[in-house]
Design a protein around this ligand. Structure first.
Ligand code: NDP
Length: 451
């Protein structure tokens, strides 16, 4: 048997790579993790974590206005972007350290530098050559900027987390997770926001009612949300940027940010030399065990373009460690992935949309509730929450659970367990409500929609 330096070399210390490495080391494997930039990957450094911190920051401004209805008089409020970013950076640094500690405590070796595969078992990092029985590709993804004239003037989410100054106005391009989340963040921090989406209705893939209702709520908050709108070119004009839209109209702003999807980081790391197959979008092709076309090489997370979500990458990393080092072949189940968009108001969902359920299940029943949350009876804010259940008629099984409103992610996380257990509408009905909450609507919906 050939002798290798390691049992597993993981390329990329993001969510998926770290989970696989820690678990593999815990099962006794000799593990090296190679990372060229920052421990924790996109989620910790330029994704989920700093995004949520910025989102919290953006909620305080509107909250101080809403407080008046509850009897508060609050003096003039001021916001300091530089202080927020400095505090956020400090927290990210702390998390980088925790990720390092977790890996070393598990017994894994961290190697700093860019990894390039020389063959299926050999990785070059700087001057060093490391060999391993197995290799895990966990290199993540990066934002995609469309190639239009002047695109170099625009930023992506990577830069948004490190802006020197908060602009007075921003144009966000895209109609998915990141654009919707940053629209809320910038707006809450007092920035004038225009969000442009190229199609007729944003948030493709989510339940249509949610897409429509989120658009309504974001517009009510004052976001200039435009559909069938795209940018043809961008020009710098003194301190501001000028976007020429597809209909010829001009929109100016201090900042233009693209959030038009992400592409796998798979090029220039020797995957071709290791005979690892990529698809037409440069994603690593894997089977259900995350094994690539090269039998000793596995891949997890965004670089495989299955579901670009941190918890999915973690589940994939865990499954690889189980498969390779715990004699327990494990495949991730991609059905019923709960997900939240931290827009304002937030949106969360698990299971099938109404349209998907009609196509896949045939006859379905739909229950929904559209209401003014108790908080907003005094806050003065004209905002409504929306909740919806999609039920398979013949089995009574709840196939989809969807929500827009405060804490949607927190609420849907719990209902995701119920759906995974195969809960029926009758089980929802027999569950006693927690009152007064928004979540109780999910167990008190009795009126079937006639559509
Ligand atoms: P999304 O895939 O969510 O959305 C991309 C948006 O950009 C879509 O509206 C798409 O339109 C549009 N688009 C794509 N290409 C172009 C183009 N050339 N010109 C104009 N518009 C275009 O990507 P994001 O960048 O928002 O986020 C990347 C990924 O990161 C997400 O898929 C998600 O998985 C993950 N993420 C998850 C978060 C969470 O869990 N809360 C938060 C942030 C990101 P169309 O629909 O027409 O294709």
């Amino acid at each position: 048997m050939p002798h290798y330096d390691y049992d597993l070399i993981t390329i990329g210390a993001g969510s998926g790579g770290v989970r696989a490495s820690r678990m593999a080391a815990g099962y006794g494997a000799r593990v090296a993790v190679i990372e060229e930039r920052y421990l924790g990957g996109t989620c910790v450094n330029v994704g989920c974590i700093p995004k949520k911190l910025l989102m919290y920051a953006s909620e305080y401004g509107p909250a101080t206005e809403e407080a008046a209805g509850f009897g508060w008089t609050i003096g003039s409020a001021r916001f300091d972007w530089k202080r927020l970013i400095a505090n956020k950076n400090r927290e990210i640094l702390r998390l980088n350290g925790i990720y390092g500690d977790l890996l070393t405590a598990a017994g894994a070796t961290i190697v700093e530098g860019r990894a390039t595969l020389l063959d299926p078992h050999t990785v070059q990092v700087g001057q060093r050559r490391l060999t391993s029985d197995y290799v895990l590709i966990a290199t993540g993804s990066r934002p995609l900027l469309p190639k239009i004239p002047g695109a170099e003037h625009a930023i992506t989410s990577n830069e948004a987390f490190y802006l020197e100054e908060l602009p007075q106005s921003v144009i966000l391009i895209g109609g998915g997770y990141i654009a919707a989340e940053f629209a809320g963040i910038f707006h809450g921090l007092g920035v004038r926001v225009a969000q442009l989406y190229r199609g007729g209705l944003f948030m493709r893939g989510f339940d249509d009612d949610l897409r429509v209702k989120l658009a309504e709520e974001m517009r009510k908050r004052g976001i200039d949300l435009r559909f069938n709108a795209d940018v043809r070119r961008i020009d710098r004009c003194g301190k501001s940027l000028r976007a020429t839209l597809n209909d010829g109209s001009i929109l100016e702003a201090g900042l233009i940010m693209y959030a038009t999807g992400r592409v796998p980081n798979t090029l220039g790391i020797g995957l071709d030399r290791a005979r690892v197959t990529l698809d037409s979008a440069d994603a690593v092709v894997v089977d259900r065990y995350s094994q690539t076309s090269q039998s000793n090489i596995y891949a997890v997370g965004d670089c495989t373009n299955r579901a670009m979500l941190t918890p999915v990458a973690i589940a994939e990393g865990q499954a690889v460690a189980e498969t390779l080092f715990n004699r327990n072949p494990t495949a991730v189940d991609y059905s019923l992935i709960p997900t939240a968009v931290f827009s304002q108001p937030s949106l969360a969902t698990v299971g099938l949309s109404e349209t998907q359920a009609r196509q896949r299940l045939g006859e379905i029943d739909v229950y929904q509730s559209h209401f003014r949350p108790l908080r907003h009876t005094l806050s003065g804010r004209d905002e409504r929450a929306f909740m919806k259940l999609v039920v398979e008629r013949k089995s009574d099984r709840v196939a989809g659970c969807h929500m827009i409103g405060a804490d949607a992610g927190e609420i849907i996380q719990g209902f995701a367990v119920a759906l995974r257990c195969g809960a029926k509408k009758a089980d929802f009905d027999q569950t006693i409500a927690i009152h007064p909450t928004a979540a109780e609507e999910f167990v008190t919906m009795r009126n079937r929609q006639h559509r």
